[in-house]
Design a protein around this ligand. Sequence first.
Ligand SMILES: Cc1cc2nc3c(=O)[nH]c(=O)nc-3n(C[C@H](O)[C@H](O)[C@H](O)COP(=O)(O)OP(=O)(O)OC[C@H]3O[C@@H](n4cnc5c(N)ncnc54)[C@H](O)[C@@H]3O)c2cc1C
Length: 264
Amino acid sequence: MTDAVPQTVVAALEDPFAQLTGPLAGTRKLHLEVAGTGTLTPHMQRLQLTAAELDGFSYQPGQDVMVLVAADGRKPVRRRYTIRQFDRAARSITIDVVRHGDGPGERWVASARPGDRIEGIGPRGKIFPDPAADWHLFMGDESALPAIQVMTEALPGDADATLVLEIPEEADEQEVLAAARTRVSWLHRLGRPAGDPSALAAEAAEVELPPGNGRAYLLGEARVVLAMREVLARRGLAEDQMSPKAYWGRGRANGGHGEPARDA
Ligand SMILES: Cc1cc2nc3c(=O)[nH]c(=O)nc-3n(C[C@H](O)[C@H](O)[C@H](O)COP(=O)(O)OP(=O)(O)OC[C@H]3O[C@@H](n4cnc5c(N)ncnc54)[C@H](O)[C@@H]3O)c2cc1C
C-alpha cells in the first residue's frame, strides 16, 4: 500500500489548490484508493478508484478528476483524467489513461496497485454535451477518448453524433455504445507521432457539418485542437459553436496544475 505522495510531503506542499475556492468551487477533496487496474487496449490502462467522499458525488459527463501524482520539491504535480464511469453504490470512479511513455502521471499509472492511495479533487471541467445543439461533432486523440465516449453515451436517442477519433492502431479501437444516432471514424496513426495535427485537421476539413446549430467538441493535444478549430472556423462554425480544450502538449510536460503550460 503506497501513497502517490507521502503524507509528510503533502503536509509541507505549497499548494495553490489548498482551498477549494475560485475555479475549484463545487469540487471536493477525494482520498482515493486504487481498487483495480488493468490493460483496456494496448495503449490504454483502466483504473478503478474508490473514496468515502464519493458518497453523494455528482458530475456532468465529460468532467474529470485531478490527482496529485507527484511532488516537485514543495510544488504539487497534478494530472487530470476524465471520469469514464461512476459507480454510486461502490463509491468508485473509473478512469482510462493513455500509456504514452513517460511523465509523472504515466509513472503513477504504471506502478499503481490495489490499495495504493492518491489524493484527488473533483469534479472539474466545463465541457459537457450541449442539450440545445442540433448535432454534435466530437474530434480528438486517444487522451480524449474517455471524454468523447462518456459524452456520447449521455446523449438522448434522438441526438446525432459524429465521432472522429485518432488512435495509435486498430487494436486501440473501443466499442461506442450510445442511444444517439452515432457515426464513428477511427484514424490509425500507424507509427506517426502523437500530436501531429495533419490527420485530424484534414478530417475537420472534410467532415459533414449538417445544417442547424451544431456543436463541435475538440479535445486532445494543444496544436491539434488549435488546427481543428481553425479549419472549422474557416468552414463557418462560430466560436460559440466550438468547445476546444487542450489536454496535453507534444514534447512538453503539462504544468503542475495538470494542463499544458500557457506558452506551449
Ligand atoms: C480536462 C482534461 C481531461 C483529461 N482526460 C484524460 C483522460 O481521460 N485520459 C488520458 O489519458 N489523458 C487525459 N488528459 C490528458 C493528461 O492529463 C495528459 O496527457 C497528461 O499530460 C499526462 O501526464 P504525464 O505526467 O503522463 O505526462 P507529462 O508529464 O504531461 O508529459 C511528459 C511527456 O509525455 C508527452 N505526453 C503527455 N501526454 C501524452 C499523450 N496522451 N500522448 C502522447 N504523449 C503524451 C508530453 O508531450 C511530454 O513530452 C486530460 C487532460 C485534461 C486537461
